[in-house]
Design a protein around this ligand. Structure first.
Ligand SMILES: *[C@@H]1O[C@H](CO)[C@@H](O)[C@H](O)[C@H]1NC(C)=O
Ligand SMILES: *[C@@H]1O[C@H](CO)[C@@H](O)[C@H](O)[C@H]1NC(C)=O
Length: 379
């Protein structure tokens, strides 16, 4: 009884306070909604708007509310953060879509990156690349089950595989337009590299190219203003005389042994259809589940702060065609892009970057090969 009597007067005397508290709560909710819609807009960028530019305290986001597509279907960022990113040594900082922004829990120093790589490359390797994904490493290769797997086997051991070509014909290649240069490798897919370099010109810059059987990436870089290029390649290259002041090559092992001489010195790096193979053994390289992520850390060490990386890899839903190559989707791309700012993604179809959203990323279905070129800036 007493309570009932008291109730109205309680409400009346506290009414102004209640109004203020309600307004405050609404303000807080509105401001958080505003933040989230800003992130959503950022994730579906208008052409070349940067995806990741703001660091924010992760406790301000509810990762259950954001999701990406994997071969398992629609997965929340909360689930990926716990089941993949944290076990692999990363953590989501901003729920950008379709590629979340990560930080590394404990980033290795360049010293460790290179000494680990040397250690792994010195381990004895089989003469014939393994035909099956090594069982002991399955979870590491397959992102704890969030990457699909299908067999597609190659034996391209350096003794039997492809050989370098056209290094003595660079002056002829220099006269071709982008379609002509692209003709020698991957055709329209490699035109994405040219479009990216045209957008982010390389005038007067010094860079390096990772993995290069034919000099088409080098030629595109020269055509877009690059001054000097070092090619990091397992094969010896017979570079045309007139270009030896601008082009040179080095074996990966020598690049790593002398890393101190190169670290932090390059304005740009470029690589196309190379990193997605790292660690799968196809080319007689050491089996290494994170071979590609290791390459990214190496490249990051060699670039100046603010240096550009032109990265051409297969895009799609996260998957491995073993031992042919990896496909990069939301999960692996997030790890690959760690330490870099995403600037734009290019195909051969347009000179302008395209909108890399969820639909576009997964438009081709599982195991459908297409290389796009993404421009990243080292943070
Ligand atoms: C993030 O927020 C939590 C809780 O509000 C706070 O304890 C932490 O210090 C913040 N971290 C940063 C980096 O601001
Ligand atoms: C995943 O499912 C949720 C809930 O149905 C939906 O809101 C979200 O848009 C889906 N995410 C993707 C990337 O399709």
């Amino acid at each position: 009884m007493n309570n009932r009597v008291y109730a109205p007067s309680f409400q009346l005397s506290y009414f102004p306070l209640l109004v203020i508290l309600t307004l405050l709560a609404m303000l807080i909710i509105l401001s958080r909604l505003g933040d989230e819609s800003e992130i959503t807009n950022r994730s579906e960028p208008q052409s070349n708007r940067p995806l990741y530019s703001r660091e924010k305290n992760i406790s301000e986001f509810d990762l259950n509310k954001y999701s990406v597509i994997t071969h398992k279907g629609n997965v929340s960022l909360q689930e990926l953060n716990e089941n993949v990113f944290k076990p692999f040594g990363y953590e989501i900082t901003v729920p950008t879509l379709p590629v979340p922004t990560l930080r590394m829990l404990k980033e290795p120093k360049c010293e460790e990156v290179f000494s680990e790589w040397l250690k792994i490359s010195n381990m004895p390797q089989p003469d014939v690349p393994p035909e099956q994904l090594p069982v002991d490493y399955a979870d590491e290769f397959l992102l704890n089950g969030y990457s699909a797997l299908s067999p597609w086997y190659f034996n391209d051991h350096s003794k039997t595989g492809d050989h370098p070509r056209n290094w003595d014909k660079i002056s002829e290649l220099m006269k071709l337009d982008k379609t002509g240069v692209a003709e020698i490798a991957y055709r329209s897919e490699s035109e994405g590299m040219y479009n990216a370099m045209k957008h982010y010109r390389l005038d007067g810059m010094t860079g390096f190219v990772v993995g290069s059987m034919q000099p088409w990436v080098e030629v595109m870089a020269l055509q877009n203003g690059a001054e000097k290029i070092l090619t990091v390649e397992y094969n010896q290259l017979n570079i045309q005389e007139e270009f030896r002041d601008r082009l040179s090559s080095i074996l990966p092992v020598d690049f790593v042994r002398n890393w101190k001489q190169y670290a932090g010195t390059f304005d740009f790096a470029a690589t196309f259809s190379s990193i997605e193979h790292s660690g799968l053994g196809r080319y007689g390289d050491p089996i290494d589940p994170i071979g590609d992520l290791r390459e990214m850390l190496k490249i990051k060490c060699m670039l100046k702060k603010g240096g550009l990386l032109f990265l051409g890899v297969p895009y799609g839903t996260d998957a491995i065609h073993y031992n042919a190559h990896r496909y990069y989707g939301s999960v692996r791309l997030a790890m690959m892009f760690y330490g870099f700012e995403w600037l734009g993604t290019y195909s051969g179809e347009s000179e302008e970057p395209f909108n890399l959203n969820t639909d576009k990323l997964h438009s081709r279905g599982l195991f459908q090969l297409i290389h796009w070129t993404t421009v990243l800036r080292k943070l």
